[in-house]
Write a protein that binds this ligand. Sequence first.
Ligand SMILES: Cc1cc2nc3c(=O)[nH]c(=O)nc-3n(C[C@H](O)[C@H](O)[C@H](O)COP(=O)(O)O)c2cc1C
Length: 373
Amino acid sequence: MSEPQQLLSPYERGRLSLANRVVLAPMTRARAGSEMTANELMARYYEQRAGAGMLITEGTFPSRMGVGWLHAPGIFTDEMAAGWEPTIEAVHRHGTPIFMQLWHTGRASHSDFLDGELPLAPSAVRHEGKGIPTPKSDGEEKAHETPRALTIDEIPVVIEEFKTAAKRAKDVGFDGVEIHGANGYLIDTFLQSRTNKRDDAYGGSIEARFRFLKEIVEAMLTVWPSQQVGVRISPNGAFNDMGSPDFREQFSYVAERLDDYDLGYLHVLSGLAFGFHELGEPMEMHEFRRVFKGTLMANCGFDRESAEKLIAAGGTDLVSFGRPFISNPDLVARFANDWPLADEAPQDTWYSFDAEGYTDWPTYEEEQRAAKT
Ligand SMILES: Cc1cc2nc3c(=O)[nH]c(=O)nc-3n(C[C@H](O)[C@H](O)[C@H](O)COP(=O)(O)O)c2cc1C
């Protein structure tokens, strides 16, 4: 008898009705062009991965000041929203739900993306890590700038932008939205003491640092049923120059408070394969299980075996896969049939800044057919 295959068994809870527990993690693929509008190429990419129980889109900008990655999509105009229609239709043909990830890049952006304005942040604390290519850098990485701290009067405006974006996502037919509260982007920089030095209602204590995310969640709930809203956090992450000494207290509090809202899920980058700040023992999924009673989604560095193990141990309900899904569009079929996985996609294929330069990975069956001819 083989081990029970929980990863591939259906998952039903609240409004989530998933054919299996494998989720496509949100991944920026930079295929939306300089007009930041989702297109047929992206519809094909998502449809290829519709064997997952559920898909989460790549980070999508809710506002002009949220922009911060070349050729990533937005949803702050009606045209941008309409660009997502082919993707939603293609994925729904397979009966798979798709959530849109809302991504305000905050201090990880650059003025080159923002008509010369400085990126926005809770406080003027500069990202000292790796720079990014910008629309004016000709492929070179530019260092980050010291961001501008949002004034207290500007914060409701940013929240309103999230709300408008969430409305557009709903009108165009997404099944829900995921709030990107991870990886050192705007919301995460509000949550963490490393980057939030405010002494007003939005900083200075664990509770106050949570306020920005709390208000965004509440704004989402004026648009969406709570079960169609997810939140993503990265308590252990060092990506984008993050990591705070009080991470455990902060993120335990965040999870506990988020539990009050009966959300669709809490998505936690618990694994360390995307960078670890080493400021203490990493937070594990069971710590979140203790305080968050709803659906948990774990991520980062999982393979089939470790995903099965964590589900069987009760540490998570769902597992999202990022990099394995790039070179294995049919990841679920490969798991189900014990087919070998393709090698991990090299980093220079992750982002395709020109429309011709993208890599389309074959399914296992396509690969076999091609080998025979
Ligand atoms: C090419 C690439 C793009 C990514 N873009 C996003 C993104 O837009 N939003 C996000 O929350 N995480 C993003 N991530 C992080 C992934 O969602 C995931 O957390 C990370 O790859 C670790 O999971 P894995 O080990 O299964 O790949 C990205 C990762 C990669 C490799």
